[in-house]
Ligand binder design. Structure first.
Ligand SMILES: [Zn+2]
Length: 270
């Protein structure tokens, strides 16, 4: 035991998107280069934390199995083209567990999504990605802002993406990541009803052994973040520790954004 109290209970859950040399402009803010990514992974190895999948965290939150001491989670959203290639290889070379959340409409033949054009992986690479050691979860069909949808559209986003991935993988898909991290009480309830055991949000906070299963906090990694930032998070600092109550500002932003989404459509926010 470190005796560091809350800091020792913090669990960093990193959220990556693309790992490319030359990303499209719209995702550049959330891209890290392969060289930076390798330095982050080396910092994770050096931290002595144990990388686990979201399933391991889910098993802990459900009381089925304990977590190893000082866990860390690596997650990858959307399904960019680097994921089943150099990114999965960089993880496998260091024996690091990770979880990928795939937007099925963006990776399926003839599929449609709200993501702007980018090099994406394909659905037929999903099984190989899993064999390489990466757990796979859903990131909906179209990458919609779930908290702005009708019940019917929301249910389709949750269930169709899950079915598509289950057909590709041949087993149940247990986990969801909310596009942009956006969720609400209704979205969380419907995610559970659609069969998901957990869902990850963003929250710009450290998760913990007491986090909420349907809005697990993640730290979004931006291009401006340094290895020192990653090391601070790995030490359990640099951000609040979930669970915590939303502040009024967060709630106000949610309502503003819902109104704007109706008028203008969504803006990419992770
Ligand atoms: Zn996303």
């Amino acid at each position: 035991m470190t005796g560091a109290g809350e800091a020792s209970a913090a669990i960093p859950v990193f959220l990556y998107h693309a790992v490319m040399e030359e990303p499209p402009d719209w995702i550049a803010e959330f891209n890290v280069t392969p060289k930076e990514f390798a330095a982050h992974l080396d910092a994770i190895v050096d931290s002595g934390r144990t990388p686990v999948t979201v399933s391991a965290l889910a098993d802990h939150l459900a009381g089925r199995a304990p977590l190893p001491a000082r866990p860390v989670l690596l997650t990858f959203d959307d399904g960019f083209a680097d994921l089943p290639g150099p990114t999965a290889e960089a993880l496998a070379a260091r024996d690091l567990a990770a979880t990928a959340y795939l937007t099925t409409g963006a990776i399926s033949p003839g599929g449609r999504s709200l993501l702007p054009p980018a090099p994406m992986m394909t659905l037929d690479q999903a099984a190989g990605l899993e064999r390489s050691g990466m757990e796979i979860g859903s990131h909906t069909v179209t990458h919609a802002q779930l908290d702005t949808l009708s019940a019917r559209a929301l249910d389709r986003e949750l269930r169709e993406s899950r079915t598509v991935l289950e057909d590709a993988l041949g087993h149940p898909v247990r986990h969801l990541a909310y596009p942009h991290g956006y969720n609400s009480g209704r979205v969380r309830r419907m995610a559970g009803a659609a069969g998901y055991e957990t869902a990850t949000a963003v929250r710009h906070a450290l998760s913990s052994e007491r986090d909420e299963a349907y809005r697990i906090a993640r730290l979004i990694v931006r291009r401006s973040h340094t290895v020192a930032d990653v090391e601070t998070w790995l030490a359990g600092g640099g951000a609040r520790v979930a669970p915590y109550r939303d502040r009024p500002k967060t709630v106000g932003w949610r309502w503003y954004r819902r109104a704007r989404a109706v008028l203008r459509g969504p803006v990419f926010a992770g």
